[in-house]
Design a protein around this ligand. Structure first.
Ligand code: HAM
Length: 355
């Protein structure tokens, strides 16, 4: 973390992640009182004092979601599937892998940590320096080691799944069942512990083969004790965060073009009289979720229609002098070139039926 002493001697730390701040806010504003479950999202910059490399900066951005209140597996799956869907909608589904794991509930995690320590201790000197340090601070993270010899040494070590309670196993099985039903492909990786200390039961990560060594685009998990550990009422929770720079790197390296404009309607006005009508109809269409562009350069109708075609809009709406006089508008289908006159009072209904 970035921590330093400010001018008045106060210790200041820059935010390294969002989950703990969201939990702090949840407790401080008593948000749990509003309803039994609460869902939040965030987007913003974070700071970690790590060695910079491709895909790993000291200042970076994340978006993420956190869901509070449910300890059931469907909540984990809802969170995972939202993350998967967002990446899919960005065109990133090729080359993505979802890895999931369960670290079991608190007791299981502790039993497993002790047995892992017992297994590693006699051989500690054969492990990498990083793992030797982790042995003191967070032994479970040794499972995350990138060193091949560490991985070999761990092959005969204890498995977390041997320590699951019956409920832990049911929870993990149900997650797998729902993911299969949603046709979200996944791999089970019993070594997925992740860098943060607050996880219980589910952990997951989505990696992209378009990235280098830093291949995790999105990571998250369940943290059923963090709210009470930070002073709130016991509240289960699960969430994820995705690295925006890594999302962009993957989009770029896969040559994905997300510049499609997705314009539904382009308003072309033949003279300035049509402008008031166009402005007001545009807003009404936007209220319905229809995306609208309107010409604001008062160009010739020919130039405006050329622009309409270029914008990729499905329909152009033409409002000229004659149409204003008759309270009508021309709706032109830009794909097949046909056009029809529609009374302005029916235009909104007509377009919402077409789009
Ligand atoms: P995290 O795995 O530390 O999890 O970070 C989530 C994502 O942020 C990573 O998968 C990666 O894409 C991006 N990221 C992390 N560090 C860097 C960096 N130095 N440079 C660029 N990108 C980076 C968390 O932060 C948890 N708070 C996730 C979570 C939410 N767990 C439960 N709820």
């Amino acid at each position: 973390m970035y921590t330093w002493e400010d001018i008045d001697g106060k210790s200041i730390t820059l935010r390294p992640e969002y989950t703990a701040p969201v939990v702090r806010s949840f407790i401080q504003h008593n948000l749990g009182a509003n309803s039994a479950t609460q869902r939040f999202y965030y987007l913003g910059s974070l700071f970690r004092r790590e060695r910079p490399q491709k895909g790993r900066q000291r200042q970076f951005n994340q978006f993420g979601i956190e869901a509070f209140g449910s300890h059931h597996p469907e909540q984990d799956v809802e969170v995972i599937s939202v993350g998967w869907k967002i990446l899919e909608e960005l065109g990133l589904n090729k080359g993505l892998s979802l890895k999931i794991n369960s670290l079991g509930s608190k007791d299981c995690r502790e039993l497993y940590r002790d047995s892992l320590k017992k297994f590693i201790r006699p051989n500690l000197e054969h492990f990498s320096i990083t793992s030797q340090n982790r042995f003191k601070t967070n032994p479970l993270r040794i499972l995350d080691s990138k060193s091949e010899s560490d991985k070999n040494l761990l092959k005969h070590g204890p498995q977390v799944s041997d320590y699951y309670s019956k409920e832990d196993q049911i929870h993990f099985d149900e997650i797998q069942k729902y993911l299969k039903e949603l046709k979200i492909p996944f791999l089970i990786d019993n070594h997925l512990v992740r860098g943060l200390d607050y996880y219980t039961r589910t952990t997951f990560e989505i990696t992209s083969d378009a990235l280098g060594a830093q291949d995790a685009i999105l990571g998250g998990g369940r943290y059923d004790h963090l709210v009470e550990n930070l002073g709130g009422k016991p509240t289960p929770a699960v969430g994820f965060a995705a690295g925006i720079e890594r999302v962009l790197l993957s989009i770029e390296s896969q040559g994905i073009n997300n510049n499609k404009k997705n314009i539904d309607v382009y308003f072309a006005c033949i003279d300035s009289l049509g402008l008031s009508v166009s402005l007001s109809l545009s807003n009404k269409l936007r209220d319905l979720g229809i995306s609208v562009l309107m010409d604001t350069l008062r160009r010739s109708i020919k130039a405006q229609l050329r622009e309409a075609n270029k914008s990729g809009a499905k329909y152009a709406i033409i409002v000229g002098e004659a149409e204003i006089k008759n309270n009508e508008a021309i709706v032109k289908d830009l794909q097949n070139g046909t056009q029809m006159k529609v009374p302005q009072s029916k235009l909104i209904n007509k377009l919402s039926g077409l789009i």
